[in-house]
Design a protein around this ligand. Structure first.
Ligand code: CMX
Length: 140
């Protein structure tokens, strides 16, 4: 059901300031930066092996990441598990009594479908399920 660590999301005040550490010091490839309007974030994606590090910068004060930065400061924001069937992952979570943070999967960075589980139900970890476009295509 959950197949890999797709990415780790890191909340940052500024992508411009945070990027050099990962790109220039550690040599990770900066794949792209995009804005995910529905989540109120700019996201810089860096590949590390089969997974990604996503640097998350809020675009406004309403962004969940803005609230996180205010409360906790910069740091690891969420853990994203790749899955081949996001509906199945959502159903398993619901069956276990976990709260999903949206009624249906949403569009996320990198043309993925995403869903979050409330961190209070998962031992303090904001867990994301995500399904990549190539997995979606395989379903069609
Ligand atoms: N990881 C772990 N715990 C978190 C958390 C996080 N990222 N964000 C909030 N919490 C905790 C808070 O510390 C707080 O705990 P306490 O009550 O013990 O202090 C509790 O959850 C409630 O937090 P809050 O600050 O009151 O925030 P809200 O309830 O308003 O929202 C959450 C929390 C997780 C429901 C909201 O941030 C959310 O819906 N997140 C999902 C969407 C998202 O994060 N999008 C941005 C990234 C998108 C992307 O990667 O594309």
């Amino acid at each position: 059901m959950l197949t890999k660590i797709d990415h780790v999301g890191i909340a940052v005040e500024s992508i411009e300031d945070a990027l050099p550490l990962y790109r220039d010091v550690f040599g990770l490839e900066h794949e792209h930066t995009e804005t995910v309007a529905s989540q109120g974030v700019r996201v810089a994606c860096l590949s590390i092996g089969e997974s990604l590090i996503e640097l998350l910068e809020p675009v406004d004060d309403e962004s969940p990441v803005a609230g996180f930065l205010e409360k906790r400061g910069e740091g690891i924001h969420h853990l994203a598990a790749g899955c081949d069937d996001i509906e199945q992952a959502r159903e398993a979570a619901e069956k276990a009594g976990l709260r999903l943070l949206s009624d249906e999967p949403l569009d996320g960075a990198g043309d993925k479908l995403i869903s979050f589980v409330h961190p209070k139900d998962t031992g303090g970890v904001l867990l994301e399920f995500c399904q990549r476009a190539d997995e979606r295509a395989r379903e069609d």
